[in-house]
Write a protein that binds this ligand. Structure first.
Ligand code: TXA
Ligand code: MG
Length: 310
């Protein structure tokens, strides 16, 4: 155990805020049982109070004490995918109070795999409420430098853990209302989940509110647009030097800010947010994003790109 991790656990215990790496994105953590710590977390994030946060634990056993019912599907998913990039929405126990669930009767729980997150959670011993460590609605951080740029001054400590492995937020499955529903696609795909627990339902109007479901979220400041490959050339010709491009193909000489992305969906996800941040920093009038393929393995990337485009 490093001194920094020990310090992090002490800060959490005293009601402070710690930014920490997970395998998905960096989180901004607070003691999930402490109302004033969570209130400060919401105010730093500028997050509306009725939006629930995910609570993080060092083990499935601890995580399940925050639920009053643990369905068979939760046990299977925990066995197959925890620790890892998966969040389960479960009917809450009395430990999950309104200030973490946004007043809903369900709580989001996750056991992250990143060794620094795990050590911190183990040392702390309780649940840590942690949204992504960026201001509400903006692109999630995948390096400690992103966290410092976004809200470093407002955290009591930022733990350094390098670039995150997955690069996009955890897959969220709602098990709180009968048939399992995929609320947010991620690195663990619908196919992976269905192999473990059978068919998943789609989102319905009655599904729990979750901020990742808002239309414009994970968005750069520069207006971004997805364009099919065959229209990319025409759009570049129209916008020329005022445009930044995220694409699979080689840079076009007419464009100063061009980032080339991998053709593998997981490699793409890992680079996505850092790339959007870089292009956002170019100060162009628009970001053009070459649309990724329609195959199922691109579902999570497509979801984030659609949100980035508003
Ligand atoms: O990978 C991740 O999930 C990262 C890392 C830090 O763990 N966290 C993250 O948190 O993405 P955040 O707050 O940016 O997004 C969490 C999503 C939100 O859309 C939130 O509203 C939803 O999970 N959520 C949390 N608790 C919920 C609940 N009780 N019911 C429905 N949705 C919930
Ligand atoms: Mg977020």
């Amino acid at each position: 155990m490093t001194d920094e991790v020990r310090r992090a656990a002490d800060i959490l215990r005293r009601g402070g805020l710690v930014a920490f790496p997970t395998e998905t994105v960096y989180g901004l953590g607070a003691d999930a049982s402490n109302p004033s710590a969570v209130a400060r977390l919401y105010s730093v994030k500028r997050r509306p109070a009725d939006h629930p946060v995910i609570v993080h634990f060092s083990s499935p056993r601890l995580a399940f004490t925050w639920a009053r019912e643990v369905p068979e599907a939760a046990i299977r998913l925990a066995r197959d995918f925890w620790p890892g990039p998966l969040t389960l929405i479960l009917k809450r126990s009395e430990k999950a109070r309104d200030f973490v669930t946004g007043g809903q009767d369900a709580v989001g729980v996750r056991v992250p795999a990143h060794p620094i997150a795990h050590e911190m959670l183990e040392r702390f011993g309780g649940g840590v409420a942690a949204p992504s460590a960026n201001r509400f609605g903006e692109v999630s951080p995948t390096t400690a430098a992103h966290v410092h740029a976004d809200l470093g001054a407002d955290a009591d400590l930022v733990l350094e853990g390098g670039q995150t492995e997955v690069g996009i937020e955890s897959t969220i499955v709602d098990l709180s209302a009968g048939a399992p529903v995929l609320l947010r696609p991620g690195h663990i795909s619908r196919q992976d989940l269905e192999r473990a627990i059978g068919a998943l339902g789609g989102k319905t109007a009655g599904a729990p509110r979750h901020s990742g479901g808002l239309e414009r979220h994970y968005a750069p400041r520069t207006p971004a647009r997805m364009v099919p490959t065959h229209e990319l050339d025409r759009e570049i010709a129209r916008l020329k030097d005022k445009v930044a491009v995220l694409a699979f193909s080689k840079p076009d000489e007419r464009v100063d800010f061009w980032l080339r992305m991998p053709r593998d969906a997981r490699a793409y996800a890992k680079k996505l947010y850092a790339s959007l941040r870089e292009l956002d920093g170019a100060g162009c009038e628009a970001i053009l994003i070459e649309a990724p393929p329609g195959e199922p393995e691109w579902a999570a990337v497509r979801d984030r790109l659609e949100r980035a485009c508003g």
